[in-house]
Design a protein around this ligand. Sequence first.
Ligand SMILES: [Zn+2]
Length: 365
Amino acid sequence: MNTIGSRRNFLAQVAFIGLSLPNVLRADGNSSIPTYGISNVVKSSENDYRYYKVDVPSSTPFHIVTKEKCTLNSPFLPSNEYETMGKPFPINADSSKPVALIEGKELGLKGHIEVYDLPTGYRLKYKFSPLIEIPSHTSVSSDYLIDTQKILDELPESLHESLVKAGAKIILAKDPEDAYYHYAPSQKEADKNKKPIQNGKWVGYKDGQWFDNRKFSHAPSRNNDLTIYSPEKYEDPLENLIVDRKKYKNAFKYTLLHELGHVIGNVKNHADKADFNLAFESDKRRLKVLKNNDVAYAYVSKYEAFAEIVCCFLGGYPNERKRDTLCSLYECSEFVRTKVLPDLGLKFSENDVEKIIENHYVAYS
Ligand SMILES: [Zn+2]
């Protein structure tokens, strides 16, 4: 017998047997899976990894790292030091079952991150919304993935379920190339030659909002389309500027809720219904003066009006903009409130609306 070989075997055995860390609970099938909390965000900066310190009683703390590039299946890494078997969580005989759970609150996530002890090391998994998809040709940062999940976590459950059931999708990708043009290559040239709408720019910042004038930037722009394309970074070609959505969290949230508005409209073609059409025409006729420029976009078309109104009901935009949108487009808003949202399990009384907008809910003229 080779001495070195047997020593190796012996060491391997020690590694396996010696995993009995005092006071670390085992997930042995008889007891429930132990849950640990994140006690500290060890390092945090915009462009770097973030380290989250997980408290393991009477053992060295465990760090998890949000990855710069990630896919839905593998959004987090255990820090290298602990990416070994048996430390600090014991091996579970059944590697398909998690050995521990980490409370996701500190990362802004609802529920638990599951820790799997695989032959290759620890694998951390979190159940993201089935609405989110990261295609295999691209990747995003875990922060962007988490930001997206946080927005979806705030949606009422019945709405989330309806969207999943309808087959809605939010495709996350690194940039417009991977997001839009991968699916519509011919659109790329058309967009390059497109005349800018605002400020002589394709993409820019105005009135506290980023805008993106590319034809394909709105994701569910086509009829019946239930897919939102959501690039993490996009380029302003005139300014030679890379815009990172993670840095404009509110704008990102509003954009996503607006696009979800289109998706909701597309599920049953609500914006094409005769009643909605009448409401839109009537709102346009009634409104003599636009009191708030932020509402102008809602008048671009009945589809945009629909999306903007849904965005307001779902909690997008500051209160003032919500108020001015719903009161300017009062009849459209009433259509959405009474004919669309109840189907999705969302019931808003007029009183609820007044609470949302912190004002009287009346038609502007
Ligand atoms: Zn839109």
